[in-house]
Ligand binder design. Structure first.
Ligand code: ADP
Ligand code: MG
Length: 326
């Protein structure tokens, strides 16, 4: 395929995923170099597993207050807020249970007693932000895995604005962020993966040229293991301590704020269709964020919000499209 002048694409392994960075414009190369540097910096700050990360420092503090960087303070404060708004479906203090299931290490099915013993450590109130300090209750831990990539994609979009480029698409494993426009001014087309078939799309969302927005998908298919004929995926319902079973195969959130889109895609996956709709309405009212979403159900439905009418195309007839809310 002939490439568009000044189009550059790079693939970088960062934040536990392959980041695909595409930039259009004169300073494409410089922008990509900046993006890579920034991704690696954020990975070092936000990783729950890197022993030198800011998050690791908080997790090892044994109940003591830790002075943290402004960015970390901001992400944690925002995470707490989103926990409140989603009835705890998104909760960064889920870390001890994510670890019990061996995500990030060796997968295993924890015993019922083990999970029951960990549940009291979960809750947004276990992590406190006071001024520039963060305090975690003893035994509690945080995991920013459900918001870090979204936050990072948003930071890259801000960086993009500092370069002489026309447009960019930043794709970080299920998180897609658009910036500006591509040559020709056609809309961006963001594909939503078919959760049941890795090689197919369930739908395509069109984002108008010039609009910077995030399209973030959380799905059971992204990380899972099988044991005893059962499939266990990596998104945990903080109420039960088990992989969520809400009747959804994936949840996609479209929002101008990429970190919010990431956190909410995880929350909506846990909440299921009805409660997601309620939560989205409450959040739009209280926080003023404009949120659209797409939910794919295990009954073969692709549900989408009215804001996406005319922007979403039906790529896969295996799913029946249905508008919800509004
Ligand atoms: P992905 O990282 O695969 O794109 P998500 O954004 O949904 O998907 O994040 C899932 C990750 O977040 C898990 O791997 C785990 O580390 C963490 N996590 C799991 N369940 C929750 C939850 N209910 N709230 C917040 N974080 C979670
Ligand atoms: Mg997420």
């Amino acid at each position: 395929m002939p490439s568009v002048p000044d189009e550059k694409t790079a693939r970088v392994f960062a934040m536990d995923t392959v980041a695909v960075l595409t930039v259009y414009g004169k300073e494409a190369e410089a922008a990509i170099a900046d993006f890579e540097r920034e991704l690696l910096r954020l990975e070092r700050l936000l990783s729950a597993f890197d022993e030198n990360s800011g998050v690791h420092e908080i997790n090892s503090a044994q109940g003591k207050a830790v002075r943290s960087e402004p960015e970390l303070l901001k992400i944690i404060a925002m995470s707490k807020e989103i926990s409140l708004m989603t009835g705890g479906a998104f909760d960064i203090t889920i870390a001890p249970i994510v670890r019990a299931w061996g995500f990030g290490g060796e997968n295993r099915v924890p015993g019922e007693g083990e999970i029951a013993g960990l549940l009291p450590l979960i809750g947004h109130e276990k992590v406190r932000v006071d001024g520039d300090e963060i305090t975690l209750e003893k035994g509690a831990m945080i995991d920013l895995g459900a918001i870090a990539k979204g936050y990072a994609a948003g930071v890259l979009a801000q960086l993009a604005a500092e370069h002489d480029i026309k447009g960019a698409v930043i794709s970080l494993g299920g998180n897609v962020q658009t910036f500006g426009e591509k040559p020709g001014g056609k809309p961006w087309r963001v594909a939503i993966q078919d959760p049941l078939d890795k090689s197919a799309y369930a739908a395509v969302v069109e984002i108008a040229a010039g609009v910077s927005t995030a399209v973030v998908t959380s799905g059971a298919y992204q990380r899972y293991f099988e044991e005893g004929g059962e499939v266990y995926h990596h998104i945990i319902d903080p109420q039960t301590g088990y992989p969520s079973r809400s009747g959804l195969l994936s949840a996609t959130v479209i929002c101008s704020d990429s970190a919010v889109a990431d956190a909410l895609s995880t929350a909506f996956f846990v909440l299921g269709a009805e409660k997601s709709l309620e939560a989205a309405e409450n959040i739009s009212e209280s926080a003023g964020w404009e949120i659209d979403f797409i939910l794919i159900t295990d009954e073969g439905k692709l549900l989408y919000t009215p804001g996406l009418e005319g922007m979403i195309s039906h790529e896969n007839k295996a799913y029946s499209m249905e508008m919800i809310g509004g």
